[in-house]
Write a protein that binds this ligand. Structure first.
Ligand SMILES: Cc1cc2nc3c(=O)[nH]c(=O)nc-3n(C[C@H](O)[C@H](O)[C@H](O)COP(=O)(O)OP(=O)(O)OC[C@H]3O[C@@H](n4cnc5c(N)ncnc54)[C@H](O)[C@@H]3O)c2cc1C
Length: 322
């Protein structure tokens, strides 16, 4: 069988149908992937992770910003997060999405926020990762990364998606910067002209890109829960003689915590910790990737139906139409 997930046809069908699942169910099923709605919730999770020897990168949920004032507020929230992490002695990285900082209003709007966040992170001696969104944003995200590096910022990294055909060329183009890269498969649904569709091909691309990035002198964050890929990556790292200063593993909150703990025995592991009220789009993406999604959705829908039937049964009778 090709691919890591032991999903059946039904699971794949349900996965494709996740966009049709009602918001309340998505939010409920997506809860384990999110630290909570407030900064305090996130800080509690970070403290718990650190007690287990795991690092964190915090993401404030929200991918739509209505106007410049909202974009500024989103950047303020990140600065506040950085300051709170510092105050509590919970040194962690943060991850930002351009869409959440006003990219929809123009790259410059998002860039203004990112520059402010990166500036504060640098003052505090920490690090900002530019998450990568769908392929329509890749050029601008990489352009902003270059702009930040050209301005002398070093505490910033980018994400590359092994699933995109273009990524090998992006690595070549970025190599002179020895970029700090989070390498992942890529979560966004893309057409075959843009992205590989075969799971084994994506895995091979991931390992090949890792080799290239190590040759370029990059620090690589290996963002995957795919055990086969972890094994391949460890092999590539050993062959390259890459020491702990050259790489780390990254996982998502709520996904394969067992794998994170296991890897943390020998390697640095950082968990992606999203928080905030706007969890819908994020939860939807996570649910699409959950191999047990069909069962969860079915159970949840059945539970809701059972509740509705029970409340009907409990309703006082009489006056019913014949
Ligand atoms: C730290 C981090 C940051 C990321 N940042 C980005 C980004 O900026 N841009 C981007 O496009 N993508 C990002 N991703 C997502 C990534 O591209 C993949 O979509 C995601 O990691 C799933 O791929 P996988 O390599 O884990 O392999 P998969 O084959 O999808 O998963 C391997 C195994 O992990 C488990 N698993 C995976 N996902 C779930 C889930 N949701 N629920 C339950 N179990 C699950 C299952 O056991 C599965 O068999 C990020 C991932 C991580 C870990």
């Amino acid at each position: 069988m090709s691919g890591a997930r032991q999903t059946g046809v039904f699971d794949r069908l349900v996965s494709a149908a996740v966009p049709l699942v009602p918001q309340p169910i998505v939010r409920r099923l997506g809860a384990p992937y999110v630290a909570g709605t407030t900064l305090d919730d996130a800080l509690r999770i970070v403290a718990a992770l650190r007690a287990e020897g795991l690092e964190a990168t915090l993401d404030i949920l929200g991918e739509h910003v209505a106007d410049r004032a909202a974009a500024r507020l989103a950047a303020d929230a990140y600065v506040e997060t950085l300051d709170a992490l510092e105050r509590r002695g919970l040194a962690s990285h943060i991850s930002v999405k351009l869409s959440g900082l006003g990219y929809g209003l123009g790259l410059d709007v998002a860039a203004e926020g990112v520059e402010r966040i990166v500036g504060r992170a640098e003052e505090l001696g920490t690090f900002v990762r530019l998450d990568m969104e769908d392929s329509s944003t890749t050029d601008d995200t990489l352009a902003l990364y270059r702009r930040l590096r050209a301005a002398g910022h070093t505490s910033v990294g980018v994400v590359l998606q092994a699933g995109l055909w273009r990524t090998a060329a992006d690595v070549v183009a970025l190599a002179p910067l020895a970029p700090s890269v989070r390498l992942c498969k890529g979560i966004y649904v893309e057409p075959p002209t843009v992205a590989l569709q075969d799971r084994e091909a994506i895995r091979r691309s991931f390992a090949a890109l890792l080799r290239r990035l190590l040759r370029a002198g990059s620090h690589v964050a290996l963002a995957t829960h795919d055990e086969a890929l972890v094994v391949d990556a460890l092999d590539v790292l050993a062959e390259a003689g890459a020491g702990p200063e050259r790489f780390e593993f990254q996982t998502l909150l709520g996904v394969r915590a067992d794998l994170a703990r296991l890897l943390a025995r020998d390697h640095r592991v950082r968990v992606y910790v999203p928080f905030g009220v706007d969890s819908f789009a994020y939860a939807q993406r996570r649910l699409r990737e959950n191999p047990q999604i069909a069962g969860y959705v079915a159970r949840d829908v059945i539970r809701d139906t059972a509740r509705a039937v029970r409340s009907l049964a409990d309703r006082p009778r009489g006056g019913e139409a014949q």
